[in-house]
Write a protein that binds this ligand. Structure first.
Ligand SMILES: Cc1ncc(COP(=O)(O)O)c(C=O)c1O
Length: 392
């Protein structure tokens, strides 16, 4: 089959309104700490269903602020999944704490509460579930484990703008949530992030931490950073927030249709979905059984590309196997918990770790094109090409 068409895996939903909004800021001369950031925070808080939202420069900064605001520091442990973007884990290190990996549930690819329970120690402070690919983690299970052990829950919603769990938007269920507005996300401010919470103390701490720990021009009361969001980013965010649900609805519809057409392909597994989750399909993930296909995932990706279809293929390595985690060269002068005066636990040796559910899927998941600009003809073409691939 030869083709001249090329179906991209993702395309941003942007238009003249964004251009106009940014132009207004540029001409206004007010680039930071203005009304647009405040309005964006108010509108985003309302969208998620929380009392407070504090905008920052990116999702990683949001994670760093939220962890610190929840009281995480040197000597503490935070339980994280090994299948996520790396900064879910590095933000724990930025806070001076120790990431402890737990396994994922086989269908949702999100943290498994039962495995989390096994990894709790007296040093555990926070459980950090990621709502991966637009799905939702088992929040009832995670919150129950957290309650029993007296822990806080921080939701990483960087891939799940508008995802719902039992009728509540993610980012409003744990003690705090974070979102990213990086260029490829369901809505973007170029770079940007936000912390969502009902806890006034967490919101106040994040406000201080994002702005040099400054209470006024001349008073610095805590170790802060420059994590501010610009007015330009907030102006973009306000327009993008208005488009978010249109994009979500289209991605959900496209993904559900695609997945419904693929269940008879033997070498491909469609993940089960939970009826109480509104999955927003940041990715439309499928699991590739390389043995049944008789081909490696990378060869499949290349084959699809040659047929004019781009797919997502990331998160190939469980994060405990990343060179940084294996070598533990986190800080120029060593590890925060190596001196012994802060950290009382055993230094985790990530080289020993092998979590079975993560190992099964890492590198075997691909994300199919599902963005709002796809036509039904494009979607039918994707389904046809996938059916035409015969196992060798
Ligand atoms: C799950 C997850 N967490 C955190 C981040 C970090 O966000 P950012 O790239 O805005 O720093 C990302 C995205 O890139 C992500 O996908």
């Amino acid at each position: 089959m030869t083709t001249t068409r090329f179906i991209k895996v993702a395309e941003p939903l942007v238009g003249e309104e964004e251009v106009q909004a940014v132009r207004e800021v540029i001409l206004s001369g007010q680039y930071v700490s203005g009304r647009r950031v405040r309005e964006f925070e108010e509108r985003f808080a309302e969208y998620v269903g929380v009392r407070y939202a504090v905008a920052v420069s990116n999702g990683t900064a949001a994670l760093h602020c939220a962890l610190a605001a929840l009281g995480v520091g040197p000597g503490d442990e935070v339980i994280v999944p090994p299948l996520t973007f790396f900064s879910t884990v590095t933000s724990v290190l930025h806070a001076g704490a120790v990431p402890i990996f737990a396994d994922i549930a086989p269908d949702s690819f999100c943290l498994d509460p039962e495995d989390v329970r096994k990894r709790i120690t007296p040093r555990t402070k926070v459980i950090l579930p990621v709502h991966f690919f637009g799905n939702a983690a088992d929040m009832d299970g995670i919150c129950a484990v957290a309650r029993e052990a007296g822990l806080k829950v921080l939701e990483d919603c960087a891939q799940a703008h508008g995802t719902e769990y039992k009728g509540r938007r993610v980012g409003s269920i744990g003690d705090a949530g974070i979102f990213s507005f990086y260029a490829t996300k369901a809505m973007t401010t170029g770079e940007g992030g936000i912390v969502t919470t009902d806890d006034e103390g967490v919101a106040r701490y994040t406000l201080l931490m994002r702005g040099h720990g400054m209470t006024d021009r001349d008073h610095h009361v805590m170790l802060g950073y420059n994590y501010r969001m610009t007015e330009i980013a907030a102006a973009l965010g306000l327009v993008q927030l208005g488009r978010l649900e249109e994009g979500n609805r289209a991605r959900i519809e496209n993904s559900r249709w695609l997945l419904s057409q693929l269940s008879d392909i033997e070498w491909l597994e469609v993940p089960k979905s939970e009826p109480h989750v509104r999955h927003t399909f940041f990715w439309c993930p499928v699991f590739v059984d390389e043995d049944k296909l008789g081909m490696g995932v990378m060869d499949l990706v290349r084959l699809l590309r040659s047929r004019g279809i781009e797919v997502r293929q990331r998160y190939q390595t469980p994060l405990y196997r990343q060179p940084l985690m294996q070598q533990q060269n986190f800080y120029a002068n060593g590890k925060p918990w190596n001196g012994g005066h802060h950290y009382e636990g055993e230094v985790p040796d990530y080289r020993d770790l092998c979590l079975p559910n993560v190992e099964k899927v890492a590198g075997k998941l691909i994300g199919l094109p599902n963005h709002p600009k796809l036509t039904s003809d494009d979607l039918e073409y994707v389904v046809r090409v996938l059916h035409d691939i015969k196992p060798s």
